[in-house]
Design a binder for this molecule. Structure first.
Ligand SMILES: [Zn+2]
Length: 181
């Protein structure tokens, strides 16, 4: 998995490419970043039950969930922010999908390795044989408590992982800015 910063940067790049300058709004940018990080909300039920990683990289890391999230996000955007664009579903879905792409290219140290991209049609999980990201180092076992989980996250390795992500994704952000300059 990538860090929230890496996922948000990917969301920003998609926002810049997809949304014409006259339609850009802070609410839409926030929407893009939220959709790009949304699959990792699967930590929340685990945090509530005291073992944050229990449900991580499960169903929320599938394309089907991306469609559901894209539709729900677009409806919420229109309701809460009264902001509308013809591309709100596409923007939400692509940002959500960018999360799956980044996680696909990150290492995964806990079984089942990879993400269930094609759930509910297949339970198979997918992971790049060659990781491009360093990935976030977590507690090694799924039943780790919230304290163990936090201790395992706050490490120099994860600072390096964050730096590498910024280095790797920034060219895409710059390209996106140039394309829609
Ligand atoms: Zn994820």
């Amino acid at each position: 998995m990538a860090t929230p910063v890496g996922h948000s940067l990917a969301g920003y790049a998609i926002y810049r490419v997809l949304v014409p300058s006259q339609d850009r709004r802070p609410a839409l940018l926030l929407f893009a970043a939220a959709m790009a990080t949304a699959p990792d909300l699967d930590f929340l039920p685990g945090i509530l039950t005291g073992a944050p990683a229990t449900y991580h990289q499960g169903l929320s890391h599938s394309l089907a969930f991306g469609v559901i999230a894209g539709v729900s996000g677009a409806v919420m955007l229109r309701t809460v922010a009264s902001t509308t664009t013809r591309l709100d579903f596409v923007l939400g879905f692509l940002c959500y999908t960018s999360h799956l792409v980044l996680d696909f290219f990150g290492p995964d140290t806990r079984p089942p390795y990879g993400i269930p991209l094609f759930w509910p049609f297949s339970d198979s999980t997918f992971l790049s044989p060659v990781p491009l990201l360093l990935g976030v180092s977590h507690a090694g076992h799924t039943s780790a408590s919230t304290g163990e989980w936090l201790n395992a996250i706050l490490t120099p390795y994860n600072v390096a992982a964050l730096g590498w992500e910024i280095l790797l994704i920034s060219p895409f952000v710059l390209l996106a800015r140039r394309l829609r300059a």
